[in-house]
Structures are given as structure tokens and as C-alpha cells.
Design a protein. Structure first.
Length: 347
């Protein structure tokens, strides 16, 4: 049953030796009734297994931290990793959460679930396999928050109790790994749940987040940071945000205080459309007077110069900007009105 389903989703599985195991996320997703995006396979000889299904094998990791070999066949992604100590029980016992510590034995076509992952999925609980596994990779603490937010599960109380004293160790993790988890967490559309989990696990303080009460969940990534970060520039430097993310966060913070048509237009449609959810989260009115973001000046700089006789320079730029703002406000709608406006503005 399991093998047939997996083979239908990932056809190359049919060509694998039967001592391979499908592990982790693909098994979890099948039980959740979701189609897995890729498949992780644990086996004694991962390179040989990868080469058996594809000519091009991508090595993941480096000499010291080799994690897997990847084969991409069309839309299907296969990742092969070595079975820990060549023992599936040991391998599963070293994983992060019970819902990820299941495997399908391709030889016997059976589900291996030694830690109660299926039980916890049914109960909608994210539960650690064992506390010491957080010490192997402290990022798993943040991953627990991510898993709970992504699937709208609860985070097991004992798991939270084991995370709290370890929370400062999140700073030992490479910045790019932490910010990747945070990007998923704050894009989950479950901001109130995320805030509660970050507070209860104690991860908020080492991450430099200022948690607050919010009144909405559907806040964007940039909107979440605008709410929960005191100093976006310092935070951006610490966690290596992209310039575009920092720009959006700063713009949203500004728009939250002042959002007339001109400010919304200057922010750009993609950023401005994130504002209503941010205002709802703040408990404020989210009704906005959005401008027509497609508006462009009815006259070019050269045309304004011809109409007014003003040479190119700061004054001409001022008039062009004033014309654009008049259009955004709906005060100027035609070319003739634009010409009259620029003449008046130049007087």
C-alpha cells in the first residue's frame, strides 16, 4: 500500500533496492493527507542509490557536513542520506519530532512508527522524540514553533519545558538557518499562535523580538517584523535581512502612522497592500483610501519645460512631483488640466 502510493508520486522509487527507507516529511505528509513535495530516503549506500536512479547527482553539504545526495527527475526531488549506524531504529530515534520520526520500509511495505508519530498527528501535537536531540541541533527548537504554526498544531508542554532552558543556544546556529525558519514562521498566517509559542519557549528574547498583543493573524512577514522588532536596522544587520525586506519593514512602520493616498502610492502597491492586516493586528481601522497605483505623470519633464519655460533642474522636478500628487488626489485628470496645473505651479 505505502510503496504503491510512493511510487505513484515518485516513480523512481520502483528502481530502488528494498533495503531503503522513506523517512521524515514524506511519511508525515502522506498521513496528513498531503502530497509530499520531495522524498527523503535513508539507506546504507546513499551515493550508489542516487546513482541508480539518475545520471546527475547533486552533493549536498561539504566535506565536513555531508548531509545528502540529491537527484532531480522532472518535478520529482529525491534526497538520499546514510542510515545512521546502519540501523533504522537508531536513525529514527535521533530525529527531532515524533511526526518526523516515522519511516516506510520499502522491503516490507510497512510503516515504522516507534515514537508515536501517527498518534501525535491525529492529536495535532508537535512532540519531541527526546530532549537531547535539541542539543544535537538547537535549530530544532525553532523548527518546533514552525511545525506547530505551519500545521496549526499545539506544541507539547514537556517539549516546551525542554526548549526553555536551551533557548539561548539558538544563537549558536548559522544566521541563514535561523532567518529561514523565521521567514516561514512569520509567513504562516498564524501570528497570535506564533507569538504565544515564542513567548512560552523563551525563544523571543535571544532572537531579539519584542512580543506584544496583536488582534489579527494574517500579517505578512514584513508586517510581523514591523510589529515585533524595536530597531529594524539593527535587527536587519544582526540577522542579515535583504535590503528589500528592511525597506518593506521600515515602510510599513511609517505607513502605520501616516497612510494618505500619497504615502500609499510612494510605498508601492505590493507593500501598501500589506498594511490593512498590520492595522488590524494593532486593533485599528483597516479601511484605507488606496490610490490608483498605475498613475504616471500626464506630462514628461520635457513637456513641463515646454509648457512653463523652466529649464531642467530642481524646480522642474518639484513641479513634476506636484503634478503627480495632484493626479493621485484626483485633482488633475486630463492633459489640459495638467498643463494648467503646471503653469500655475510655476508662477
Amino acid at each position: 500500500m505505502w510503496r504503491d502510493t510512493l511510487t505513484r508520486l515518485f516513480p523512481a522509487i520502483a528502481n530502488l533496492e528494498t533495503h531503503c527507507y522513506v523517512v521524515g516529511g514524506a511519511v508525515r505528509d502522506l498521513i496528513l493527507g498531503r502530497a509530499p513535495a520531495d522524498v527523503d530516503i535513508a539507506c546504507p549506500a546513499p551515493l550508489a542509490a542516487a546513482q541508480s536512479i539518475g545520471k546527475k547527482v547533486i552533493r549536498l553539504g561539504d566535506q565536513e557536513h555531508l548531509s545528502a545526495y540529491r537527484v532531480v527527475l522532472g518535478e520529482h526531488v529525491y534526497d538520499f542520506a546514510e542510515l545512521l549506524d546502519h540501523d533504522i531504529d537508531i536513525d529514527l530515534a535521533r530525529r527531532d519530532f515524533t511526526m518526523n520520526a516515522m519511516a516506510i520500509d520499502l522491503a516490507s511495505d510497512t510503516l515504522l512508527d516507534p515514537h508515536g508519530g501517527q498518534r501525535d498527528i491525529d492529536a495535532r501535537v508537535v512532540r519531541m522524540v527526546k530532549a537531547s536531540n535539541f542539543d544535537d541541533d538547537p535549530l530544532r527548537m525553532l523548527k518546533g514553533v514552525r511545525m506547530a504554526a505551519k500545521y496549526d498544531f499545539t506544541l507539547d508542554a514537556e517539549t516546551i519545558d525542554e526548549i526553555r532552558p536551551r533557548a539561548p543556544r539558538i544563537l549558536e546556529i548559522a544566521t541563514e538557518r535561523v532567518i529561514y525558519e523565521l521567514s516561514i514562521i512569520f509567513s504562516s498566517g498564524r501570528l497570535r499562535q506564533v507569538i504565544d509559542l515564542l513567548r512560552r519557549t523563551g525563544l523571543d528574547d535571544p532572537l531579539g523580538l519584542r512580543l506584544r498583543e496583536v488582534h489579527a493573524d494574517d500579517v505578512s512577514l514584513a508586517g510581523s517584523y514591523a510589529l515585533l522588532v524595536d530597531d529594524p536596522r539593527a535587527f536587519a544587520e544582526r540577522w542579515r535581512w535583504s535590503e528589500s525586506l528592511l525597506h518593506d519593514v521600515l515602510t510599513l512602520r511609517s505607513l502605520a502612522e501616516h497612510h494618505d493616498r500619497i504615502a500609499l502610492y510612494d510605498a508601492g502597491e505590493e507593500t501598501a497592500r500589506q498594511l490593512p492586516a498590520l492595522l488590524r493586528a494593532l486593533g485599528r481601522d483597516d479601511a484605507l483610501d488606496f490610490p490608483d497605483f498605475s498613475i504616471r505623470p500626464l506630462l514628461t519633464g520635457n513637456e513641463i519645460a515646454d509648457v512653463t519655460g523652466i529649464a531642467p533642474g530642481k524646480e522642474l522636478g518639484r513641479i513634476k512631483r506636484a503634478l503627480l500628487e495632484a493626479q493621485i488626489r484626483g485633482q488633475v485628470k486630463t492633459r489640459e488640466e495638467a498643463e494648467r496645473f503646471t503653469l500655475a505651479a510655476s508662477a
